[in-house]
Ligand binder design. Sequence first.
Ligand code: C5P
Length: 408
Amino acid sequence: MSPLEGKRIVLGVTGGIAAYKAVEICRRLVDSGAHVVPIMTDAAQHFVGTTTLSALASEPVQTELWHNPTTPIPHTKVGQGADLIIVAPATAKCIAAYRMGYSHDLLQNTLLATRAPVIVCPAMHTEMWEHPSVVDNMEVLRRRGVHVVEPESGRLAGGDVGAGRLASPESIVAAAERVLGSGELAGVSMIVSAGGTREPIDSVRVIANRSSGKQGYAVAAEAASRGASVTLVSTVALPAPSGVEVVSVETAAEMQGAIESRAARADVIVMAAAVADFRPASVANHKLKKHDGPPQIVLEPTPDILAGLGATKPTGQVLVGFAAETDDLIANAQSKLERKHLDLIVANDVSAPSVGFAHDTNAVTLLRPDAKPVEIDLAAKRDVARVVIDTIIEIRASRANDTRTGKH
Ligand code: C5P
């Protein structure tokens, strides 16, 4: 059965040449068993007629915020009832309005009035797609966890060739299937931390570490691709993985606040971040002057976020830590696993070549309280993430089994 079967999908069509392809997207969604609620903006109606879309969708096209014959407040009804909203094509204007929460028409109001996942499928000329304002707006949407089906490169209206062509109807419907799909982690809420924290010394200087955040981003991307709802608490500005909400932080204290306020609702927490262990005890609110001589910087410990989470872990939550070590890798990681009450620790020897910080590859050992260590030889960080996520799924499955057989 298609994951779209019986799902209520709002298809928002905005005013680009590619609006004609929305007709094909609509047909494919309906063929997959979805109930398609079409909305067209005023501009979209310059490109395709409402009759065509109404004939193919599951109900007549809606275009008006006002004068709606069936309900005086159509946007809340449509937005609240949706399982998924797809905007295809999404013009630069639509993307800007959505970024701003500028609710001037039925589609924008519907986008604000929903808690359903949203897939945005941009289409525009290359110059517009690459304009800093559009790039910036897209980045904000990605960081909010909006799914994006990237435009393709190819022939554009007017004979131009370049990036900005609406993705194919097949790939847009495939994205809808992924988002609504019964991935192994569908319905699972996950927090992943990534990057190294920066602890201020004065108004311009920080104590930092070499973590690139790549392994944490790979874990977040892999979890989202398996259907988890992921919040990535990050100190770095890598591109947000599709469908992942990114919360930006800088210091250990900010990371602690962002994670602890969400932790009780999380099914899985993966602390891949390299959190500073110490920070300056006092922070000068101006730049320390060179002519005053080298400062005496007194350090104090930062909160151990993971240990705090381990001490208050709700039943059923899976808690995963990382151990970046330069010596006694397994013994140190094993002791952290026990001390912080973790279900899994990913140990990596960051002094080995091509491993750990800044590299695209990693070699790790996975340790669990009740299972044999698993070694992953040098592999792409995404491949390491895949095994980490497989292990989390295994831990959750064995717990569910224990609950069923009354072991816990
Ligand atoms: O004790 P150590 O810092 O080596 O432990 C590493 C693990 O603990 C990592 O998962 C890291 O994200 C987490 N950690 C933390 N808060 C700290 C230090 C480390 O959550 N202050």
